[in-house]
Design a binder for this molecule. Structure first.
Ligand code: FAD
Length: 364
């Protein structure tokens, strides 16, 4: 029995930021849209939930919204109010909380003001690229172990491009990101995503790939799931990394760490890569009223279940395999595969929205 009327124009697979943005734009244009989501909730990986203590936490890891685009900021504020929030992160190094990104103060204190990067020239891999920004001692303490845990391989086997996400500060600015617009949806990410999809038909708990014959689209299928899964992995599997999350509620302790996220780059300090203390995301006066605190430790692993995929693996072999899948997808009429899983690319939230706006503009 088909679940869906034949007259759906656009079938959108996935209700994350990519699918929801495209669905919203097409729906507002008067197109008939149906969204399928295999999880029991909409919103993809930005989903959040509230612990019985009243502390909101992010189900799939911490999400700090930031953008330099007034258009994207206006777009997201159209659905829900955002309250100002600028994340500050620390790394636990030699028994101290140090700023992340690495601050000028740390370099001056440990090496001296005349410090030099350890590498010059064309970086052939991530390790060389990172040493091109900092002295080896700093690389060893902040970057090597963190990336070893994150990717499960030595940083020298990762692509140099990964360095684009790293920074060494020439000042002591403690904020993670210097973007103009930063904030958190006041009532949480789940509420934002529900609002974004308001009025649009969405079926949750439906895996398109298990039910392909039940659905059809007159104009286009827009698939935001993993591209290798779409093709049954027949050219091989794209590699991902994810985090297992271990939550601990401490009823008798109000605060544990100075900021929301503390990175744990030392290989000797346990396998977890970072610790989140979610109360820091609440407005201070609200947080002070809550007794106890909720901590989450994240442990990286290599997932085999596509529903657990988080970070695309940054190396040349996976990029080459992705290109093969992409070429096949492009050859199929009325199919668009996009988003972080479809394009096998890490997008920040604002980038995912910006990309989806561009793609929606090209449709129809
Ligand atoms: C750990 C982590 C932390 C992050 N932190 C930040 C941050 O601080 N700031 C920031 O800007 N960005 C952050 N991001 C990036 C952000 O999560 C992405 O930009 C965003 O999730 C991309 O949305 P998407 O729709 O492309 O993918 P997704 O959110 O993954 O959505 C894809 C959806 O498709 C569904 N789906 C897949 N296959 C099928 C199928 N066969 N049938 C039906 N449904 C299907 C999935 O269930 C999912 O809901 C982070 C990402 C990770 C992994």
């Amino acid at each position: 029995m088909p679940l869906v009327p034949q007259y759906t124009h656009y079938l959108i697979i996935g209700s994350g930021l990519t699918g929801a943005t495209i669905a919203r734009i097409l729906h507002d244009r008067g197109e008939k849209v149906l969204v399928l989501e295999r999880r029991e909730h909409v919103g993809g990986n930005v989903h959040d939930q509230v612990h019985p203590s009243g502390i909101r936490y992010h189900t799939y890891g911490p999400h700090y919204f930031r953008t330099n685009s007034p258009k994207i900021w206006a777009f997201v504020n159209r659905f829900v109010a955002f309250r100002p929030f600028r994340a500050s992160l620390k790394s636990w190094v030699d028994g101290r909380y140090e700023n992340w990104p690495i601050a000028a103060d740390y370099l001056n204190r440990t090496i001296g003001p005349g410090w030099q990067p350890a590498f010059q020239g064309q970086a052939a891999n991530f390790e060389a690229a990172a040493l091109g920004l900092m002295p080896r001692l700093v690389y060893d303490k902040f970057v090597y172990g963190y990336n070893y845990k994150q990717w499960g391989v030595a940083p020298r086997s990762l692509g140099a491009d990964l360095i684009k996400r790293f920074e060494v500060r020439t000042n002591n600015e403690p904020e993670l990101s210097l973007h103009q617009f930063q904030g958190l949806p006041e009532l949480g990410y789940a509420a934002w995503m529900q609002k974004m999809l308001e009025g649009i038909p969405v079926l949750c708990g439906v895996d398109y790939l298990q039910n392909r014959s039940d659905f059809s689209a007159r104009k286009k299928v827009i698939f935001t799931g993993p591209i290798d899964e779409y093709f049954g992995f027949d050219l091989g599997r794209l590699q991902y990394r994810s985090q297992r999350r271990e939550h601990t509620y401490l009823p008798a302790t109000d605060w544990v760490q100075p900021v929301v996220q503390v990175n744990n780059p030392s290989l000797d300090a346990g396998p977890h890569i970072r610790t989140l203390e979610w109360k820091h995301l609440l407005p201070r006066e609200e947080a002070e009223k809550i007794r106890g605190t909720l901590l989450t430790r994240e442990f990286p692993y290599s997932p085999s279940e596509p529903s657990e995929y988080e970070y695309p693996f940054p190396d040349a072999a996976n990029q080459a395999l992705y290109q093969q899948y992409q070429a096949r997808a492009k050859a199929i009429p009325n199919l668009l595969i996009c988003g972080r899983l479809g394009e096998y690319r890490y997008y920040d939230m604002d980038q995912a929205i910006g990309r989806a706006v561009v793609l929606a503009g090209r449709i129809g």
